[in-house]
Design a binder for this molecule. Structure first.
Ligand SMILES: [Zn+2]
Length: 66
């Protein structure tokens, strides 16, 4: 597994909490870990990359795209 450093993640656009990056098999996933968040967005459904830095940049872009 590749735990390379990643850019700081922007807060969840729905609840403002800092999201968590975790690993599922060999894929990084960024998701909101706040159980009270209505949406709890996750990159799991949208993004399939094994590059944590790329994933982080996709997460950080989401806020403006949606
Ligand atoms: Zn949230």
């Amino acid at each position: 597994m590749n735990y390379e450093p990643v850019p700081q993640l922007k807060p969840c656009p729905f609840c403002g909490k800092t999201p968590m990056m975790k690993w599922s098999l060999d894929k990084p996933i960024i998701e909101c870990a706040n159980r009270k968040c209505e949406i709890q967005p996750s990159t799991f459904l949208h993004v399939t990359t094994d590059n944590a830095r790329k994933l982080a940049s996709i997460w950080n872009k989401r806020k403006e795209d949606e």
